[in-house]
Design a protein around this ligand. Structure first.
Ligand SMILES: [Ca+2]
Length: 324
């Protein structure tokens, strides 16, 4: 496996400067992130874990069609939101252990900087790219899993399983990132599946990918305890996250429920391809329609802005990577 670290700090500073002046317009021209997020925090076992976080994992199955575009990055993510009222490290910190993949087998990971670990949001400025040396097959269900340690704030491992694929990557040398401030009152774990397309990297092909059978677990005294298993069989629409200013009470966000993690996300519960049952989650990252989003997007962008910075950064570093 070939590894490559990309530092995009200078370029990203420019991107951020532009985005501050132009609001969401810059983003709308740049790309789409279609992800769904589930919050989990209130059960006794999760409350205990949130008092002293340890390891956590997320796993999911995915499938893409034969003409799926090679530029699209898709994957899973888990983030520990510290909350502003009783943080462990810093008020509003959000520890992000995100992994992304392309159909050509490039694993992409935003990694934590020393500044981020010391409380300055990183804007996801450093990414690690690991070429797994494989090409994934279309119309095939693959399994991916990612483990992280939220005590040490480091990644643990990435696993990919499928026909003729059995890959496990040790990620324990990498810190998770703190990309941006999240104004929610109390602690929560959050779990995601997502796809990203950037305008500057568009390749020919279709833009939809399916996810199914998502599972999450946290480390307890007896090993891992599964805290969520969901195959999209009971929820038929995926709405926006309800947000209150200036701080959103975690109590108003429904648990064990999928939300759009930004307003531009295109998500549906679909019955075309399923790994289990009758439904799966379809993420579409077409760029069509992005410029028709109204001002409400700016509102969301202010409070979940870290969603956009990794995308902008990703676009920038991928461009840089192509020049190297
Ligand atoms: Ca299902």
């Amino acid at each position: 496996m070939k590894k490559r670290t990309i530092h995009g700090i200078i370029l990203i500073s420019m991107v951020l400067a532009v985005s501050l002046f132009s609001g969401c317009i810059f983003f709308q021209d740049e790309g789409r992130l279609s992800g769904t997020v589930m919050f989990i925090h209130s059960s006794p076992v999760v409350q205990d874990w949130l008092q002293q976080p340890k390891k956590s994992y997320i796993q999911a199955y995915f499938l893409f069609p034969s003409d799926f575009a090679s530029d699209i990055i898709f994957g899973i993510d888990q983030e520990m939101i510290e909350g502003v009222d009783d943080p462990i490290h810093f008020p509003g910190a959000d520890w992000m252990a995100l992994v992304g993949l392309t159909r050509d087998g490039v694993l992409s990971i935003p990694v934590g900087t020393s500044d981020a670990l010391n409380g300055t949001p990183s804007d996801a400025s450093v990414w690690e790219f690991i070429d797994l040396g494989i090409s994934l097959q279309p119309n095939t269900w693959y399994y991916m899993k990612e483990e992280a340690n939220f005590e040490t704030r480091k990644f643990e491992s990435f696993t990919l399983l499928g026909p003729e694929v059995n890959i496990s990557v040790d990620l324990s040398e990498y810190y998770v990132d703190y990309p941006n401030y999240i104004p929610i009152d109390n602690r929560s774990m959050t779990y995601y599946v997502y796809a990203i397309r950037m305008a500057g990297d568009v390749q020919l092909g279709s833009t939809t990918i399916y996810f199914d059978d998502v599972e999450a677990g946290i480390e307890t005294e007896s090993g891992y305890t599964v805290i969520m298993q969901d195959g999209f069989e009971t929820q038929y629409t995926i709405p926006d996250i309800p947000i209150t200013l200036p701080v959103t009470p975690i109590s108003q966000i429904e648990e064990y429920f999928w939300y759009k993690e930004n307003e531009n996300a295109l998500l549906s519960v679909d019955d075309t391809q399923t790994h289990s049952g009758s439904y799966s989650c379809l993420c579409n990252v077409t760029l069509e329609g992005l410029n028709q989003i109204g001002q409400r997007h700016v509102f969301i962008n202010k409070y979940f802005s870290h969603r956009f910075f990794p995308i902008l950064e990703l676009n920038s570093v991928l461009r840089m990577a192509k020049r190297i």
